[in-house]
Design a protein around this ligand. Structure first.
Ligand SMILES: Nc1nc2c(ncn2[C@@H]2O[C@H](COP(=O)(O)OP(=O)(O)OP(=O)(O)O)[C@@H](O)[C@H]2O)c(=O)[nH]1
Ligand SMILES: [Mg+2]
Length: 417
């Protein structure tokens, strides 16, 4: 009795091989499916491995072999084939390699292997990890809510403009980054010679602080402060129907002794402007808060505001607490108002200003005023680069340096003092 293990591409072929070697007196004990041939694991084929025993005496009953999925060895034996020569086996492997040329998956694997090999041969360096200080800057920018594209702009600039010596000096890198952030902030410049009356309108989503800001602006310009001569201002609101809206502005008007008009349509607004244009230096127009998703209502508001004429300065009011993705949508949806600048409110409610700075830079918009509290008129200032930079957390801000770098003309600044 002799044990054997034989392999071939098909069951029949395997059985023939066994018969060639051991004759007909064989008992197959078990079989399994295997991978055969190929090169470095590629181009292999499915084959069969049979294990059995060859006896000199015929097996009691070959048909009783327990081979349920295969034809019984003795029931329908294939006609024995002539032994396969080495040359023939070699030919088969070469042929199968030729067929692989038509297989797109294999071709893709081969291309990748080839490219990898070429890279290794050419000694192409792998991507260097970033310098630790670049990573640290990136973390601080992330912490401050700067957008991914803004962060990429900064880190690429560091790589481009800083030598290794400079990179090793963290203070120097962060000073440069602060300066670049500062340079990305554009401050709105009031026109020196304005048509009378100057019309300034605030648009924006609901609850961002439009009405409160209109009252603050009216106080700053109308009561006069910090050596500024008071000018004749009038508040105008088209938010006359919402419960409490009229009372809100009326209350400010009474406290500050500044006039207010309520209008409810295009003609009304046009008439009001015409009526007061002689005696008024500045008209501050408060509008109804609109959801940026409500395009129809935004369209109606736009038509109504057209009554102010093309010289009117429309400012988009944006709360600093708004998340980055919403800021982008708001800025986009209010674009038909051709707003000249952005007024940022509620700076007191957040320590992160990266979201606002990134959005302004990406849409190339300037910032006009900032408000940082509910107090009327105290909590308003003309926007300044310094005000934004000192809000950034995680950097050692050298205020004197920043102030000298981003110096703003005192006469252009307004702030309640
Ligand atoms: N913390 C803080 N709150 C503010 C600021 N500005 C306005 N608010 C508050 O925000 C709330 C909404 O202010 P409004 O002026 O009524 O806002 P609005 O944009 O006119 O709102 P709608 O007319 O409803 O669209 C009020 O409670 C204000 O006191 C600010 O700079 N900081
Ligand atoms: Mg309002």
């Amino acid at each position: 009795m002799e044990y054997f293990i034989e392999q071939a591409l098909t069951y029949t072929e395997c059985l023939n091989k066994i018969r060639m070697k051991y004759g007909d007196r064989v008992t197959i004990l078990y079989h399994k499916t295997i991978r055969m041939g190929g090169f470095l694991g590629l181009f292999t084929k499915e084959g069969v491995e049979l294990t059995g025993v060859a006896t000199n005496t015929p097996p009691r009953n070959l048909t009783a072999l327990n081979l349920p999925d295969y034809p019984s060895a003795s029931k329908n034996p294939d006609p024995p084939k002539k032994p396969v020569s080495f040359e023939e086996e070699k030919k088969k492997v070469i042929e199968s390699a030729g067929n692989a040329k038509k297989d797109p998956t294999l071709q893709q694997v081969l291309t990748e292997v080839r490219t990898l090999k070429e890279k290794i041969d050419a000694g192409v360096p792998q991507q260097n990890p970033d310098h630790a200080h670049i990573n640290r800057i990136n973390e601080i920018l992330t912490l401050n809510d700067f957008s991914p594209s803004f962060r990429l702009m900064i880190t690429e600039r560091i790589k481009k403009e800083c030598s290794l010596d400079m990179l090793n000096d963290y203070e120097l890198v962060q000073d440069k980054v602060l300066e670049w952030i500062g340079e990305s902030i554009s401050i709105y410049k009031e026109e020196k010679f304005q048509k009378k009356p100057r019309i300034l309108a605030l648009v924006g989503p609901t609850g961002v602080g439009k009405t409160t800001t209109i009252a603050k602006l009216a106080a700053i310009y109308g009561i006069g402060n910090a050596g500024r001569r008071p000018i004749n201002v009038r508040m105008v609101t088209i938010d006359a129907f919402r419960i409490g809206a009229r009372a809100q502005l009326e209350a400010y008007s009474t406290i500050m002794s500044l006039p207010v008009s309520f209008v409810d349509d295009y003609d009304d607004l046009k008439k009001t402007i015409a009526l007061y244009s002689e005696e008024t230096d500045m008209l501050l127009v408060d509008t109804i808060g609109k959801s940026p998703r409500d395009s129809a209502k935004l369209g109606e508001m736009k038509q109504l505001l057209d009554a102010c004429g093309p010289a009117a300065e429309v400012h988009l009011t944006l709360a600093a607490t708004t998340k980055s993705s919403d800021i982008k949508e708001i800025m986009q949806q209010f674009e038909p108002f051709s707003y000249r600048s952005v007024l940022v409110t509620k700076l007191d409610e957040t320590i992160r200003v990266g979201n606002v700075i990134s959005a302004l830079a990406e849409r190339r918009k300037s910032v006009s005023y900032i408000t940082d509290g509910q107090k009327v008129p105290n909590n308003i200032q003309t926007a300044s680069v310094v005000r934004f930079l000192i809000n950034i957390e995680g950097f050692h801000v050298n205020r004197a340096k920043i102030e000298s770098r981003f110096h703003q003309d005192e006469s252009e600044q307004i702030q309640w003092r």
